[in-house]
Design a protein around this ligand. Sequence first.
Ligand SMILES: Cc1cc2nc3c(=O)[nH]c(=O)nc-3n(C[C@H](O)[C@H](O)[C@H](O)COP(=O)(O)OP(=O)(O)OC[C@H]3O[C@@H](n4cnc5c(N)ncnc54)[C@H](O)[C@@H]3O)c2cc1C
Length: 513
Amino acid sequence: MSAQGKRVVVVGAGVGGLAAAARLARQGFDVQVFEKTHGPGGRCNQLQVDGFTWDVGPTIVLMPEVFEETFRALGRRIEDYLTLVRCDPNYRVHFRDGSDVTFTSELCTMGRELERVEPGSFQRYLAFMAQGREQYRISLDHFVGRNFNGVSDYFSPGVLARIFKARAHRRMYADVSRYFQDDRLRAAMTFQTMYLGVSPFESPAVYGLLPFTELGVGIWFPKGGLYAIPLALERLAREEGVTLHYGQAVERILTEGGRTTGVRLAGGEEVSADAVLCNADLPYAYEKLLDPKDAPFKRGEKLRFTSSGYMLYLGMKKKVPGLLHHNVMFGRDYAGSFDDIFQRFRVPEDPSFYVNVPTRTDPSLAPEGKDSLYVLVPVPHQHPGMDWKVEGPKVRAKVFQRLAELGYPDLEADIEVERVFTPDDWAGTYNLARGSAFGLAQNFFQIGPFRPANVDPHVKNLFFVGASTQPGTGLPTVLISARLVTERLTAWAQKQGVALSPRAGVPAVEVAA
Ligand SMILES: Cc1cc2nc3c(=O)[nH]c(=O)nc-3n(C[C@H](O)[C@H](O)[C@H](O)COP(=O)(O)OP(=O)(O)OC[C@H]3O[C@@H](n4cnc5c(N)ncnc54)[C@H](O)[C@@H]3O)c2cc1C
């Protein structure tokens, strides 16, 4: 260990890496970040072509309180870094029978919309929201928001009671079906598990917190697009004294005798460190960056991955009327489509997809009088036999066929600029294992203490932050991951006798690790 023991190398400048780097620097660590691509953000990136701007991955901010906490913990006010705008109505859902429902947080309108589809459903919707609110609080306060030291720490009698209360032991679709009889509403209240890249038929009912956060707390959008988030975090990190190196891939996390000594960059240069914090996707890191003799990944082959996304980024010659900021198009055979994606590893015959039009909220994201469109088709992660050069054009054709049926027959002819991203691109650009867009799956046996921990069990000064470690995927969860690993790493440093001097006015992190 160096004289002071404070040097931390962070591998990757995704949202998790940036937030953790800023927090660690604030606690008194010397932090350097090495990122393989040429800028911040990772999956939360941005694409700009001929005056059109698209977010590459995330498009929805949920749980704004978690974002606020990140800035507060760093002694800042979020409004000095980000302008969050609420999207209302939230989104419109189009069903295969030609009907649609517009979801809004405005209760009278929402009630009318629901009653149109299923008379009597509004009262049950209110009960569903009340349950979602409880699930949200229990999850944030007891499951997601703290470090656990193994399974026994997690499954205390108190936690078990909360698991039952949050209905983490039930399946999402079955649970939602207690509230709604109409298949369309059942689909509309469960598809949100795909934000985590998992099937509602397999995921725990605790994810009822997702429709609650959308409708109860709201869907938010930062001015300039989601990319404003990593830009704000990058600014924060620099202000805290973090050094960022872009276009510098890490080739190896160096290990020796049960500890890491630093990293080797792709150019061969070695950078020493007292601790390494890996933000690169965890399964990829175990497979490609670590020596299995020192850091074995025993469960590696058994782990399950989330779905991927086939993406179209379209710059339109003119505005596309009728689309909201967020639009969901359901295909036929809701249940079968999840079996296709997660079990048969093929694209559904009639895929559901999501269309995002950020220019509805921020017109500056396209040239005057034009629209930027983003299409996300949930598809399987990379799988042998799936060739995206062959599959991609077929999926694209299905998207335009469906949009034509929905009243947009000329959409294809009105495209000025088009870019495509497939599971192979997710894997190649950001080193996401299997091209899985959201990281490791969040089924019951891959959440809580069953998810790979944020510290390696063998290499005690090797830590993880991001979507595939605890607590899980999605921007707010990854921001929580940054807080948790800061606590973990600070506790480790204190145990080593490292004298940290947190910046003046900063509360030392509560060490729960
Ligand atoms: C299509 C899509 C839509 C999504 N929609 C939403 C949404 O609406 N709302 C939401 O909250 N979440 C959404 N998510 C999830 C969210 O984007 C992720 O959970 C989050 O961005 C993950 O951040 P991270 O820091 O864990 O990882 P990453 O973003 O993957 O960051 C890891 C970084 O490490 C870098 N790296 C990898 N290997 C190396 C190496 N060897 N050397 C150096 N650097 C390396 C990568 O380039 C990357 O920059 C979406 C994701 C996708 C893909």
